[in-house]
Write a protein that binds this ligand. Sequence first.
Ligand code: PLP
Length: 433
Amino acid sequence: MVTTTSFTTTKSEEIFAQAQKLMPGGVNSPVRAFKSVGGQPIVFDRVNGAYIWDVDNNKYIDYVGSWGPAICGHAHPEVLSALKEVLEKGTSFGAPCLLENVLAEMVIEAVPSIEMVRFVNSGTEACLSVLRLMRAYTQRNKIIKFEGCYHGHGDMFLVQAGSGVATLGLPDSPGVPKNVTSDTLTAPYNDLEAVKKLFEDNKGEIAGVILEPVVGNAGFVPPDAGFLEGLRVITEENDALLVFDEVMTGFRIAYGGVQEKFGVTPDLTTLGKVIGGGLPVGAYGGKKEIMSMVAPAGPMYQAGTLSGNPLAMMAGIKTLELLQKPGSYEYLEKITNQLITGLLDVARKAGHQVNGGNISGMFGMFFSDTPVHNYDDAKKADTAKFGRFHRGMLEKGVYLAPSQFEAGFTSLAHTEEDIEATIKAAAEVLKEV
Ligand code: PLP
């Protein structure tokens, strides 16, 4: 599988040089520019199953999966053929369609906290909308988020955000006025005492707590035992809402997300990525009583020209149907655990200090001797070494997320041979980084 004996990126270089004249940094989303790993960004041409090919025809085993949606493997034939059928009827109605009901029912049935759902077009939109809803429902303005958690690029969330903000080393973004973020309180992840203190210091003012219940945007950071349960108790004691941002983890950590896996039910949930099967979709949902505040059922305004788009709905429906097949999540857990165990093993054998883990098809490895419980721990990792590792893996035909601060993803299409080839490639690269 790892076939790139002569690794050249001439066409990628030409296209990216042109792109830089046309789009800021040559990209439409920052991490794609490879700033934190250095070197030439790759321009891609096509995907299939567990693989992605670049414009120079180099083939890679893909652990990015379009940042999460490709959980069944890229370009799955059942998804594509269903999409072709929908396409024949047109691309957008901007009006109700039956497919919205189908996907809504599937989401409501799967996700414990969701009794009613609203579809939007991205994870960012879902998080912005849920924030407005948190405030509308509680009539309070302040929220608590955690350092290193990313909830899209809405102004209110660009405080101690992970993902691309971490990658670029921006503590915040210019253009976000101070008064907009002054109601965003932050705490270290996995620190219940810090959350309690914020509630004590801001009595009756906090609308709720939003978090990635398993973090992917500071690298892979799972919740400590009792953390999610503790947040549930604290928010209830303070009449505040608990919101799980499951844009990344929904239908990935388990079919019903982290809330199913860990048995903690939030009041509201955001979704994205997997539920769009590779097309642009986000969603937010929760208790009927809260969701009934959303227009036109209630007074909280939120709308979207392309929301509930039939193509996007169908890609989501087919993806969820594929995930429902028995054994899907057992398979994801098995191969991903093999992968991370193998990577940690070859790294340690090559003399590196590493930490990492996986839950289901989400994984991460830090070049660090400190176990990672929060963003401060994550930042201690050797990002320069990760950059060299990333480049080495690329040259051996393995495409990892181009940042130490992003989780990796496997799919149902990854085979044991892919995993073995990846570990073999890593063993070679890690001898030299
Ligand atoms: N929330 C989480 C947890 C995410 O991981 C992301 C994106 O990676 C977002 C929100 C934003 O989603 P989108 O990029 O679709 O706007």
